[in-house]
Design a protein around this ligand. Sequence first.
Ligand SMILES: O=C(OP(=O)(O)O)[C@H](O)COP(=O)(O)O
Length: 520
Amino acid sequence: MIKTHKIVLVRHGESEWNQKNLFCGWYDADLSEKGIEEAKQAGKWLKEKGYTFDVAYTSVLKRAVKTLYHIQEELDLHWIPIYRHWRLNERMYGALQGKNKSETAAKYGEDQVKIWRRAYDIPPPQLEDSSEHNPRNDSKYQHLDKRVLPLTECLKDTVERALPYWHDSIVPSIRSGQNVLICAHGNSLRALIKYLDKVPDEEIVELNLPTGIPLVYVLDENLCPINHYYVAPDDVVQKAIDQVANQGKAKNLIITMNEQMFALRTPQIDANQLDEDFHSYNWEIFSSLFRHSYSHLIHSFKHEFQLFLRLLTSYHTLLSSKSSATIGQQLLQIKYSPSLQTRRQKVLYLSTFAFTYLYEKFLVDYRRLLPFQFIYKLFLFLNFLLFLRRGTYINLFERFARLKTVHDHPPSLRVLDYTYMKRELIWHTLNETLGTIIPFISSLKARTFMRKHLSGTIMNRLEQTDICSVCDQSIVMPHESMGECKHYFCYVCAYSLIQQSCPICFKEIPNIKPKEFSSG
Ligand SMILES: O=C(OP(=O)(O)O)[C@H](O)COP(=O)(O)O
């Protein structure tokens, strides 16, 4: 019987930088809340299937170290030896570290990002020596020769630096019959798999490893893979793999942006307008309360009451600790970031009310103050131009208080279906065409045409009744032709037939006369 070995590879649970869709590399990001749950779940799956380990290997980055810890916790395996080594670190992502993958795809193209993420031998641009991400300035690596510390790596480089550790430390443990667990990273594990499965350079591009799902490799006695499988339901695995593959797509931008995504200009303008509309509506209702009594009071103290209403609204919105958005912003799901926290911001906010009050009470009515009004309007205009250019600070208060507007929730991706729009377009075109054609159709001629082709019975019925041969209603002021036609018409209908022909018998009607009633 062939002697086999089983090793388990686990990519750490989701890190905080995975969550933000940032290139992470050697940056020491922590696990996100979800990542902690994924790590625990990995341990549970392994426990369920009866896995146990004698030794574990990981990198020196805390997202992998902590994932391993959570797995140990679930398996109650704190006593096994743990070896951490920089050679199991994630691929050094060079100058891409800290950049958002979707934004990078939007800037450089998805194809370029796929090359940087997945091409075997093309490294991303390297880190500057002075970069905060340069491992040469990191205390974790101070004991190492600076020349081995990379400033960027392609997968080939990662394979080359990870394999010595595989051969020197991990292989002996496997050969000695120990159950080995390796908890590492997306690309350091891809490097290992590339080597074990002898994946061709061009095929490794399509390999994506999900976070927190244990991958079992069954090796023969020469440590060649016989089989491999994930210890999780297939649909969970596939979904997680697709998610990793899609991280480099620009279209993810809208759904992966965190909630600090700045609001677009249009919602900001709309929110401003809604606030004004809300104030007008508020004032309308309030003043209508006193329409029949105390109206003189309302009229005399209009500005003071308006100030009171504005303050009341603010007290329940921006000035309350629960909200950082005006009414208009709340309706459009945007808000200030940071919220109105400092005393200075609150004072500035309240002074805008004082200013509005003074402006409306005095400036508008006094001609001598017109130059001030002009200066104020000029400021508003310049501020608005700046807002249009930069997309921030729609009013002077926001500018002075340095308040930016962000989306309350990440905007969701809307799927546009053009079927309805196409139908609408066809219907409108048809409507317009009919609307243009119909007025050209003479109803009289149409009716004449139809009668010409109607069967005799209907014709007879029409002739036998006392209804007008033109409008089909009871005859009003009956008239008849002065020619050969023997039909009767209302006066108005008959008048329209002069010099035309009768719609029933098609005889010409030279003129008309009132119907003569026989005395019998
Ligand atoms: O740090 C990273 O990997 P990790 O989350 O496995 O440590 C990379 O950002 C993974 O990104 P990639 O899947 O685009 O290679």
